[in-house]
Design a protein around this ligand. Structure first.
Ligand SMILES: NC(=O)c1ccc[n+]([C@@H]2O[C@H](COP(=O)([O-])OP(=O)(O)OC[C@H]3O[C@@H](n4cnc5c(N)ncnc54)[C@H](OP(=O)(O)O)[C@@H]3O)[C@@H](O)[C@H]2O)c1
Length: 406
């Protein structure tokens, strides 16, 4: 793979998120990185390139419906970053091409049934060929997967033993959804309502674990508003928990259960203490419930669609810069005490921060000495320590841990 023409190709560079990934690579790495912008439309790519980069960045055309174009594209680079979604609709041909031609792959998929399908179809072949197929390289699920990886590292270093349980609580965040993400969410919900097995994959806690290892102590994600003694706050369901918690559990399984078979992990959002915190939690949970329950084709869904962006649209530069996130990982230690790790991001989670994380995953796979493991992987298993370093040095994330009281 060392003699490939490009380190990285960004496929989907004409879309909302792909353009941000391209802009970041151009600004951060310029000509020190060999990379190209790809998509299905030459003219769209040229106009995006004029806005976010310059003519020195090559353009490649490849369409998800044209296998030959994908084969030709993936053979030219070490790593493909794809923002062509919904992945359940457009993604599989690219994964197949990457496995076939031994090209590492990163996406922003949050579509759990599709990721399960990729594991079943491609894990063994990718493992045998030494190819890393890495889903969830954006806000879902890098800060969470790497947050647990980091927290356990700190706990083991300090106490000599891993934490038996970690509860991730979103303390605060600010950010909006793009049309592409909304389309992917809608696609996943529509498929799950039609197909019982996809619905099961969405709700079962261990559904991304290897075959035969889909049992464990964790229950389904939180469905209601409760008072949480660990964070001393009311908590409500987190929209990303259904993806992140499964990714963290897959990481643990792929790593060989270093934190013990009884390790538990969950996620929720904090809404504060007292009556105000409870009311805030109830309002947020109700709104989330309405968006998730709106049936495809229903009047309610049509009304919601009118207020949300179309594919290709998303938050502007000012909103992205004004965004942030602050996550807390409460780790229960073997003596019953609780340590707290924090992970923060300096831009809106979905786009500003996501595009930096995805780009750094690509550079990490192309350049760094990553763990000697292959297959359909998670970010922490595929990249581990070198990614943790990059996220802190380049992508605006901070990781810290406090053992002295939360
Ligand atoms: N996990 C996260 O944190 C996170 C964050 C952001 C986005 N996402 C996901 O990333 C994906 C993209 O989101 P977005 O907002 O950037 O969407 P978008 O603006 O709609 O971009 C989609 C891209 O896919 C391209 N495309 C569509 N059909 C294609 C085909 N048949 N062959 C080749 N390219 C094709 C589009 O090309 P044209 O420009 O030619 O139409 C465009 O470049 C979604 O699945 C979304 O859920 C995830």
């Amino acid at each position: 793979m060392s003699n490939r023409e490009f380190d990285i190709i960004v496929w989907g560079a004409s879309g909302f998120t792909g353009r941000l990934v391209a802009q970041y690579l151009h600004t951060k790495y310029g000509s020190t990185l060999k990379w190209a912008m790809a998509g299905r439309s030459q003219s769209k790519l040229e106009s995006v390139r004029a806005e976010v980069a310059d003519n020195s960045v090559p353009i490649i055309t490849a369409d998800s419906h044209d296998e030959h174009s994908l084969d030709a594209m993936v053979q030219r680079c070490k790593v493909i970053l794809t923002t062509v979604g919904p992945y359940g609709k457009y993604g599989e041909a690219l994964v197949s091409a990457c496995v076939k031609h031994h090209t590492h792959y990163c996406d922003l998929a949050g579509e759990v049934p599709w990721m399960r399908k990729m594991i079943d179809t491609h894990h063994d072949t990718a493992k045998a060929s030494g190819t890393k197929i890495v889903h969830t390289c954006g806000f879902d699920s890098v800060p969470f997967d790497m947050g647990v990886f980091y927290t356990q590292q700190q706990v083991i270093e300090k106490t000599g033993q891993p934490a038996g349980m970690i509860n991730m609580r979103v303390k605060a965040f600010k950010g909006e959804m793009s049309g592409g993400t909304y389309a992917s969410l809608g696609d996943a919900i529509e498929k799950a309502t039609k197909d019982r097995s996809q619905f099961k994959t969405l709700i079962e806690p261990y559904s991304l674990n290897p075959e035969g290892e889909q049992q464990g102590p964790d229950q389904r994600d939180l469905q209601r508003v409760i008072y949480d003694k660990v964070s001393n706050s009311w908590i409500y369901p987190f929209i990303m928990a259904g993806i992140n918690t499964k990714v963290v559990r897959r990481s643990h399984a792929l790593a060989g259960y270093p934190w013990g078979r009884e390790f538990r992990y969950d996620e929720a959002v904090m809404s504060g203490d007292g009556v105000g915190g409870r009311i805030k939690g109830l309002i947020a949970a109700s709104m989330l419930g309405i968006v998730m329950m709106a049936k495809p084709g229903s009047l309610l869904k049509k009304v919601i669609d009118r207020f949300l962006p179309d594919p290709g649209e998303g938050p502007d530069a000012a909103s992205r810069a004004a965004g942030f996130y602050n996550l807390r990982f409460y780790a229960t230690l073997h003596d019953g005490t609780i340590a707290m790790a924090k992970v923060t991001g300096d831009m809106d989670p979905g786009y500003g921060s996501t595009s930096k994380m995805m780009a750094e995953c690509g550079v990490c796979l192309a350049r760094d000495a990553t763990p000697d493991v292959a297959g359909v992987l998670t970010p922490s298993v595929a990249m581990g320590e070198p990614l943790l370093k990059r996220l802190q040095e380049n992508a605006g994330l901070t990781f810290s841990c406090d053992f002295e009281g939360r």
